[in-house]
Design a protein around this ligand. Structure first.
Ligand code: NAD
Ligand code: AKB
Length: 313
């Protein structure tokens, strides 16, 4: 059997920073290759500068490093995507397509594709939206994620390539800042609270969205990728962690920092938020590979404040 070696694209983004470290911890530094457009000296594994739109460069790294799995994280997210629609469509699709083709040509058996709650549209703005609910996204980012799920299914059926997809909610983490999403406020608010700064929310105070603490997101990702192939019956799993609005998050933080306050000034991101579900039904993920989140709002709030305070000192 080939020794496992995992390549990550977009390894220095919000998800990549935490996921790459978790993969190093689990499989060892020698088993991981972290790549991104801009790299930092941060991980103990091999780190290579890679523009994932360049299929030849990707192919060369995969061959040289004898890669057996790819986690493809590079993308432009929802809010930035609406500012750069054509570039977003181009980048999100071409990079995933490059990953799929390089995987097919190099006999790679497993690929991870991070999908998103953005696959849903305004007709899904309700509670407990099912995994098989209609996908009618109204953002370029969401359309690219739906297309990605379709391509995953196609390569699976046609080439027996095992591509696994999670539809992450908004991810909340202390390790790094998010990059251009609609759910970014839920990370930013913690930085403002810890630094004693004012917080202005670009979403209305009562706009609830599905969110997930990074530890749970990592756990879900590793669980999904390690599940036996026969267990995986769904392309694009919903995973529900917690759902809250800006004012509910503010109240949770005020339990620990009572004088922290917020103001609300909705901008273009409000319309994106209102086109996404309030919460998700994640029955297939729970039944097929045992998904179960550990963090509720209070536990996540405590952990974020603790970790950011430690980072500050
Ligand atoms: P991010 O914006 O923080 O990071 C993306 C990374 O991709 C960046 O480090 C960037 O440099 C890199 N990148 C951009 N263009 C590239 C290119 N041409 N070649 C190589 N690298 C390139 O995003 P993130 O939050 O870490 O998201 C990672 C993945 O997870 C994305 O596919 C995103 O759609 C998905 N996702 C994230 C969330 C979330 O809340 N963070 C939720 C749902 C899905
Ligand atoms: C975004 O807001 O664009 C991301 C996502 C939910 O996919 N955080």
């Amino acid at each position: 059997m080939k020794q496992q070696k995992i390549l990550i694209t977009g390894a220095f983004g919000q998800l990549g920073t935490a996921l790459t470290q978790a993969l190093i911890t689990k499989y060892g530094s020698d088993a991981i290759v972290a790549t991104d457009l801009n790299i930092r000296d941060e991980f103990t594994c091999a780190t290579i500068k890679l523009d994932a739109t360049n299929i030849e460069a990707l192919d060369e790294i995969v061959r040289q490093q004898k890669i057996t799995q790819i986690y493809h994280l590079a993308a432009i997210l929802s809010a930035k995507g609406e500012e750069l629609p054509l570039q977003t469509w181009d980048l999100n699709n071409s990079t995933f397509f490059n990953v799929l083709e390089v995987a097919r040509l190099n006999d790679i058996k497993k690929v991870f594709f991070p999908s998103s709650i953005a696959v849903f549209g305004p007709d899904a703005r309700s509670e407990k939206v099912a995994t098989d609910f209609a996908l009618h996204p109204t953002t370029v980012y969401g359309i690219s994620k739906v297309a990605g799920e379709h391509w995953a299914r196609y390569y699976n059926l046609k080439y027996n390539l095992d591509v696994r997809c999670l539809r992450y909610p908004g991810l909340i983490s202390y390790q790094s800042l998010p990059g251009g999403g609609t759910t970014d406020y839920a990370v930013d608010i913690f930085h403002k609270a810890i630094n004693g700064q004012d917080f202005e929310s670009y979403l209305k105070e009562d706009t609830q969205l599905p969110m997930l603490y990074m530890d749970d997101a990592i756990e879900a990702t590793l669980q999904l990728m390690e599940a036996p192939k026969e267990a995986i019956k769904t392309v694009g799993y919903n995973i529900q962690g917690l759902s809250f609005s800006p004012v509910e998050l503010l109240t949770a933080i005020q339990k620990y920092i009572p004088d922290f306050t917020a103001t609300y000034k909705p901008d273009h991101r409000q319309a994106i938020a209102e086109s996404w579900p309030i919460s998700l039904d994640d029955k297939p993920a729970r039944e097929e590979w045992g998904w179960k989140p550990k963090f509720d709002l209070d536990k996540m709030t405590q952990e974020m404040l603790k970790q950011l305070e430690l980072k500050k000192n």
